[in-house]
Design a protein around this ligand. Structure first.
Ligand code: 5GP
Length: 216
């Protein structure tokens, strides 16, 4: 039987370099499937519908909510963001490790629905570094940068509910750390229930003196 994929959530302060980290993970390794979220915010320069996000109107987004097509959704600086359900379940069943790049509110809802999910939080090495990355990106107005920094301050309170903290100082190292953590998640007991059940059944059979499949 194909092993089910792991569900990994990656959150982090705006400007921590999550996007680059995700792209690099997918480029280096075959087994990752990146979930594309739906949002009602406008595309930034260079963003493509269906690649960075599905850019929807408020009406379209609210229809997805009503029809139960989102695993979770949240409001973030005046816009909706949400995770389409179908892709995530399909890919996990196909044995691929699915990564969701979503905020803290979304991560909490994922944990409720998928207790075996891995929650990673990405930060820059310092607050000063965060601000200069946001300013250097040059895509946001000063007001939006301030709003994102204020939100980062509130989000800092929620880091405790994550499993691991990734410090994105050296990108290369951060990518490898994320990869190792996600792969280790496959080995967790709660992700191997089926195998454990099989071993228990076989142990019962051995004790009963029955034949063990696969042995001579
Ligand atoms: P941005 O506008 O910079 O692309 O994303 C803003 C925030 O929305 C980020 O913190 C990002 O992680 C979060 N986000 C993106 N997609 C989703 C989603 O599907 N669900 C939730 N809850 N948050 C999301």
């Amino acid at each position: 039987m194909e092993h089910q994929g792991v569900l990994a959530v990656v959150s982090g302060f705006s400007g921590a370099g999550k996007g680059t980290l995700m792209k690099e993970l997918v480029r280096r390794y075959d087994n990752y499937a990146l979930s594309v979220s739906a949002t009602t915010r406008d595309p930034r320069q260079g963003e493509v519908h269906g690649r960075e996000y599905f850019f929807l109107t408020d009406e379209q987004f609210e229809e997805m909510i009503r029809e139960g097509k989102l695993i979770e959704y949240a409001r973030y600086v005046d816009h909706y963001y949400g995770t389409p359900r179908e892709y995530v379940t399909e890919q996990m069943q196909a044995g691929r490790d699915v990564i969701l790049e979503i905020d803290i509110q979304g991560a909490r809802r994922i944990r409720e629905q998928f207790p075996e999910a891995l929650l990673l939080f990405v930060t820059a090495p310092s607050a000063g570094e965060l601000r200069s990355r946001l300013v250097g990106r040059g895509t946001e107005s000063p007001e939006v940068i301030e709003a994102r920094l204020a939100r980062a301050r509130r989000e800092a309170e929620g880091i405790d509910s994550y499993d691991y903290l990734l410090i994105n100082d050296d990108l290369d190292e951060c990518v490898e750390q994320a990869h190792r953590l996600i792969q280790a998640q496959h080995l967790r007991v709660e992700n191997n229930r089926k195998l454990i059940e099989n071993i228990r059944t076989e142990l019962d059979r051995i004790q009963g003196g029955g034949e063990i499949p696969g042995t001579f």
